[in-house]
Design a protein around this ligand. Structure first.
Ligand code: ZN
Length: 154
């Protein structure tokens, strides 16, 4: 697993697309056991006024309805450590692996994933960190709302 993986590159492209749209710059991509991209997407919370469309959920949604077997051996690439909601979705569909760009911005459900036998890989990618650092410095309230927390420093 590395930042050169096609699935990770797609996730990073999605994060940048989100940034272009003025959204929260987090992207994801679901790749099946044969290396085929099943779906990709980015956080659409601001764009769609959505309570649930984090990057991983957008990705699962864009991949569409699939039989359980489609997720066997699959990898969810995401530019940021998955929150509790997205961790739950990965556990529900029993993906085999979660590869994240970074977890300096947020440490999500990594331990829970590991407990459920899902392999967790952190690529410690500086570009992913940079996208989030910039967004949070410019729109702190939108970020805390995304992770279900009240605004900080008020
Ligand atoms: Zn999430």
């Amino acid at each position: 697993m590395s930042s050169d993986d096609a699935g990770f590159k797609a996730a990073l492209e999605e994060a940048k697309q989100g940034a272009k749209e003025g959204g929260i710059p987090i992207g994801a991509c679901l790749v099946n056991k044969d290396g085929k991209i099943l779906g990709r997407g980015h956080n659409m919370r601001l764009q769609k006024n959505s309570a649930t469309l984090h990057a991983e959920i957008s990705t699962l949604e864009n991949a569409g309805r699939l039989p359980a077997s489609a997720y066997q051996g699959a990898t969810m690439y995401t530019t940021l450590s998955p929150c509790n909601m997205c961790t739950g979705a990965c556990i529900l569909y029993k993906v085999s692996r979660v590869v994240m760009g970074e977890n300096k911005t947020l440490v999500g459900g990594e331990d829970f994933l590991a407990q459920r036998g899902i392999e967790v890989v952190n690529l410690k990618n500086a570009e992913c960190e940079g996208l989030m650092k910039k967004f949070i410095s410019e729109h702190p309230d939108d970020w805390y709302e995304d992770i279900g927390e009240p605004p900080k420093g008020r």
